[in-house]
Every structure is written in structure tokens, then in C-alpha cells.
Design a protein around this ligand. Structure first.
Ligand code: ASP
Length: 262
């Protein structure tokens, strides 16, 4: 959703913390990055003590012949690449701790705890040459077992990018997203001639009716058309296009702001 002159991958590797915790209270992160020009991708799953899992995923893409490294092996690779390990505490926010405690409470409603409060960050980008890319990182879903890997690092599920069609990054219930390979499904509809918005809605509607799963996506095509769509009750989204920032949270919201304003 951004235009820039060089590789659009560079804007997709931002820092993040505050993801959900495993049932034992640990941070285990999954991430993926994909380059639509070459279809190269890199992913990590169940990594601990890493501040920027998307950057580690990018190193998997650029420095190995593999597409996904997991758990201890991914952490060993991080060490070999000089990516510093950070204390787990630095990745846990007060809010994520509060959600974890609330979710463990005997009267917790797992659906209420999960929906609309997910900690996944996803991005898609397109540059002036029509190169697209996607990146997604997450701590997973509330109540997840140690070692659970969701949709995020799975190619075609947590994200997909192809210069010939577009790029998608997804968030939502991973087990349901994987059943319908949501990112690739949306790109399939775009290949059939649908716009990013209609294709996103079609993929999300199929996921809802077929497996009763809720999700959200950001989608872009090589011409710079984009969409932020969701079936969950809310999804914080923003898009930067030319000199305008677009953003919203609840269904139907679409605010704009000039990026030239001080
Ligand atoms: N899709 C992520 C997962 O299932 C969670 C999320 O997007 O909030 O791991």
C-alpha cells in the first residue's frame, strides 16, 4: 500500500512487541516475508527472544536455501546471523500480560478474549515499478499450546506476494485460515479479474461460510489498488498512498489525513 522507488521489502520489517502469550506465559513468534518479483519467501516459527521476527524471516529468505526455520533452529540461525536475543520480558507489554491473566480466569470467554484483540501485524507494499511484497508477524492466538504454529509462517496462508497478481497479508484464526489458504485464495479471485476489495471479501466470505472462521486482510495489486477488509468485529488498519494516510478500526470506517500536515 505504499509507493517507493527501491525495493518495497525494506518498509515491511518493522519492530514489534506485545503479542499474545502461550498458555505457559511465554512469547513464541511466527513470521513470514515474501517478494512478489521472484516468489522468494522466508519464514520463522515458534521463535523466542527475537524482537523483529520479520527481519529474521527475511534473513532466512536471503541467506539460506530454505523457506522456513523453526524454534531452536531458528534461534540458532539468528545467533549465527548476529541477530541479538532480547530478554522475553522486553517483548511482553502490560496489556498482553493482562489479557493472558484474564484468559486464564475460570470465567473467561475464549471467543470474547480472542476476537478483536489479536496481536498480529501484517503489511503489503507496492513500489512504482509494480513490485509487491508482504510481511506478517504474530505471537499467535490466545490459549495456544507451546509449540503451536499458526497460519502466519505458512506460505499462501499468512501471506503471499506475486508481481503478476498482488500481495495479501492475513490475520485471524490461524487454524481456519489454513483450511482455506486465505491469502492465495484471494489472489486466485484477483487472477479471475476481481478487484482487491471484491477478491478479499470473496475469500473472507468463503472462510466464514465454509469453516466458520473470522479473519482480516490487507491486499494490494501491482497498480496500487488496495483493500483492508475483515469479518472480525474490528481490525486496526492504515494505508499510505501518495500524500494521504487512510485508516480505520471498525467495519465501514475510513478516515483520511494528509501526510503533508505537520
Ligand atoms: N493468525 C494468527 C495465528 O493464528 C493470529 C492472529 O492473526 O491474530 O497465529
Amino acid at each position: 500500500m505504499q509507493h517507493q522507488s527501491s525495493s518495497c521489502l525494506s518498509c515491511l520489517t518493522s519492530k514489534g512487541c506485545g503479542s499474545v502469550l502461550t498458555t505457559s506465559g511465554n512469547v513464541e513468534m511466527d513470521a513470514i516475508v515474501m517478494d512478489g518479483k521472484t516468489l522468494a519467501s522466508g519464514a520463522v516459527s515458534a521463535v523466542r527472544n527475537i524482537a523483529n521476527p520479520v527481519q529474521l524471516a527475511r534473513l532466512v529468505m536471503e541467506k539460506t536455501t530454505h523457506t522456513c526455520l523453526t524454534a531452536h533452529g531458528a534461534n540458532q540461525f539468528a545467533l549465527a546471523m548476529g541477530v541479538p536475543e532480547v530478554p522475553q520480558e522486553s517483548l511482553i507489554t502490560e496489556y498482553s500480560r493482562m489479557r493472558w491473566e484474564k484468559n486464564l480466569a475460570p470465567d473467561a470467554n475464549p471467543v470474547e478474549c480472542q476476537m478483536g484483540k489479536m496481536g498480529t501485524v501484517g503489511a503489503v507494499a507496492v513500489d512504482i515499478e509494480g513490485n509487491v511484497a508482504c510481511a506478517t508477524s504474530t505471537g499467535g492466538i490466545l490459549n495456544k499450546m507451546e509449540g503451536r504454529v499458526g497460519d502466519t509462517p505458512c506460505i499462501g496462508c499468512g501471506g503471499f506476494a506475486d508481481n503478476q497478481v498482488g500481495a495479501v497479508s492475513t490475520t485471524g484464526h490461524g487454524e481456519a485460515i489454513m483450511k482455506v489458504t486465505l491469502a492465495r485464495l484471494i489472489l486466485f479471485h484477483m487472477e479471475q479479474g476481481q478487484s482487491p476489495e471484491v477478491a478479499s471479501d470473496m475469500g473472507l466470505a468463503y472462510m466464514k461460510s465454509r469453516v466458520q472462521g473470522l479473519a482480516g486482510v490487507v491486499t494490494v495489486d501491482p497498480q496500487g489498488q488496495w483493500a483492508a477488509r475483515f469479518t472480525s468485529s474490528q481490525m486496526a488498519w492504515a494505508a499510505a498512498q501518495k500524500d494521504t494516510l487512510h485508516y480505520g478500526l471498525y467495519t465501514g470506517e475510513h478516515f483520511t489525513q494528509s501526510l503533508d500536515e505537520p
